[in-house]
Design a protein around this ligand. Sequence first.
Ligand SMILES: Cc1ncc(COP(=O)(O)O)c(C=O)c1O
Length: 409
Amino acid sequence: MDVGRIRQDFPILRRSFYGHPLAYLDSAASSQKPTVVLDAEREFYEERNANVHRGVYALSEEATDAYEKARERMARFLHVRDPQEIIFVRGTTEALNVVAAGLGRTRLKHGGRVITTVMEHHSNIVPWHMLREPTGLDLRFVDIDANGRLKLDEYDSLLDATAKVVTLSHVSNVLGTLNPVREIADRAHAAGSLVVVDAAQSAPHRPIDVEALGADFAAFSGHKTLGPMGIGGLWGKSELLRERPPFMGGGEMIRSVHTDRVEYADPPAKFEAGTPNVAGACTLAVALDYLERVGWDDMASHERALLERAYRIAAERFSGTVRIFGPPISDGHESVLCFTVKGVHPHDVATILDREGIAIRSGHHCAQPLMERLQVPALCRASVYLYNTPEEIDRLFAALEKVLTVFAV
Ligand SMILES: Cc1ncc(COP(=O)(O)O)c(C=O)c1O
């Protein structure tokens, strides 16, 4: 994989901050966008802009056609046979809210157990918390071991006859742990539970096969996957989508509306009330094409080499000062590297790195239960993607030397 060539596709990477070229190590928060994606968004508005599913005129039909082709593209990405099982949403957060709210009015109406994990992003915790009061559901969290892997024996003990939903991230946005989703899903199904997969951190790095994962619902965000903000995908098995009540009411999601009753359209329309983000959907399709052209396997080995380099430098030069969280690279650790620097608050680390042109994230990473579990107030997070270079990893650690000097650690 020619990273130098790839970087030329990302105009923002030409920027400098404080006299240093930008080293963007925050793709887990949001990825940068290649020119083809930027062009696609513009092209949609220049050539195809009209509302979808409404007009009988040619331009509206073109827009509708492009939107539905984007749905087919997303279905291929998720290895889904029926594109009608794909719902366009704003992102993972909206997708998980759609799922939780729907289940809250059906399967979980009278309570039952929802099993999630202590490593989840708030978007896979809060929607379930919101159901506790109206349904009385019993929300349980699977703990992690010292390496940041889920304790599967604990999961088994939680998976009793009251368990109705198991919901977890494919890859943790903090620990980088690649969870054994299939194994977890098989056990959940055997116990009569549904499985919801948050693929926000895996979809940017690998094609997702929802069937192979054993999911009943899966969600991802376009903006972390080289696509624009405000678009993402929710997949659900068609029989489950049919059973669920809609999330929002409005135009496009109905078959008929009367003064005394309303009949809903079939999925996906039932879950896409109002004018959708058509440009976003079409542009995301272009982003997925781009990733496929780069090649998932090449990208994965490139990212792995970057993480291995980071681990090696940390072990050789920072053994008493930089602590890395999550499993070893050889044991299913993907794309994100969370760490602390001894005696220095993560916000201070990130601020000093910023002055070196290095963008990392610091804070609780929308995973406060995990911060509590790890007994840390916050963490630094460097995350890598296809456009990052070994030199950027070296710059990260050179800047960490400075942090240690400034704070006289
Ligand atoms: C694991 C995980 N789930 C969900 C989300 C929420 O994604 P979004 O903000 O795009 O809805 C994120 C975002 O960082 C994430 O990392």
